[in-house]
Design a protein around this ligand. Sequence first.
Ligand code: ADP
Length: 489
Amino acid sequence: MKYVLAIDQGTTSSRAMLFDKHGQPFQMAQREVKCLFPNSGWVEADAIAIWLSVMDVINEVLVKANITIDDVSAVGLTNQRETTIVWSKKTGMPVYNAIIWQSRQSADICDRLSDKKGLIHQKTGLLINPYFSASKVRFILDHIENGQERAESGELLFGTIDSWIIYKMTNGKVHATDVTNASRTLLYNIKEMAWDKELCDIFNIPMKMLPEVKPSAYDFGEMEFMKSNVHITGVVGDQQAALFGQTCFEEGESKNTYGTGCFLLVNTGDKPVLSHNGLLTTVAWQIGDKVTYALEGSVFIGGAVVQWLRDEMRLIHHSSDSESVALESPTGGVYIVPAFTGLGTPYWDDDARGAVFGLTRSTNRSQFVRASLESIAYQCKDVMEVIQKETGKKIKSLKVDGGATKNGYLMQFQSDILGTVIKLPKCLETTALGAAYMAGLQCGFYQNLESIRRIHEYQAIYEPKMDKKTVQGLYKGWKTAIKATRMFK
Ligand code: ADP
């Protein structure tokens, strides 16, 4: 028994990774999954194609590693959250495409329920938004023949991606989800840790459809489709998996993922902290009886600003050029606010659009690129400021992952502007690693949290170097830029 197999089912691909006893990745296999765009603002995917891609990557990773399933101790599962599938208990087949988290097709349903905003926030820690699963389930029941009737008769099952994969892996024996995925549906009460009848009634969703909710570290059942006796022993939504994979086990520990957008999560311990500034409250994980909560904030345009510099502005050839170009000249008092699709936490301004400030006759390409990178760091500081305000605690260190962490200048500037140490782990596949840690913990492959901390390695640590006065001056300029951007409508 040499490996834990982590399955990471993401929006655009499915991946399988093998991790050894030291938490080191050994082999990986990946398959693209096509998104479908049937209408403007709609994003769907073929649920069967998702399942096939998962089977494919499991087989491929075993072949690549030249091992058999018997060399696998346990399976950990992590997944794109909120994405919704409804399938028939009789046939095991989906009755509608998977509706992807980004999809806006159930916006009208949410608009009609806007008077329930306060109640929903109190119980779920979330906002009423088509992003989460409940309105997507409602949409499916409204768009298939006799949807409501079939759901009420018990014929139809609902699940997020994890439930769907567990169902298929166990040959339809297990219909379950974990607390982290349940906490993103708008139907789960995160204080009582149970499906909530009142919430289900608001969306008119029969509770019969819902999967059983289990801890994140739990024996979800045997993986039967492969004729093995390997069990699925860890299930956790992707952002929470990254928080766990970054070993943010203690209250106040936080991680930020610098991908297309940025996702910042902080462990808030055993109590859910409800936000007044648009942060989401979510279940981080449950191990045994112990539930851990997190606050989550997001930035819409993170690494995407670098893609914009490359593809639209054509100021750089490759994303990686952004660092050397930025370093060609000092910060020139230029601010770029990349509000291309509005502003997220803490401004929640859908109508804001991007802006550039502080241009002079000597502003050049380098300063433009530098200001773009800095905008990622400023936006993350905005989120961090709100988190610190709401938890009443200073965040001591930030662990980072995602494509844009390759940029050393960005990471150093982020550390400077936050006044916080930044740690970059050796294994950047923190989502898969989190699922592997969770599953390994449950099956005894990893002993306990402390032993996981010991094997967890870092490749770089950034310490704040800029003096406080400079930081204050720069950040003040950013705040002014934000204010001015929001006035231009
Ligand atoms: P996602 O999972 O959202 O697709 P990734 O974690 O793969 O994102 O990261 C991709 C993002 O990282 C892209 O937006 C890209 O512009 C950015 N990126 C990649 N390399 C660099 C770099 N050297 N400097 C800055 N940004 C980078």
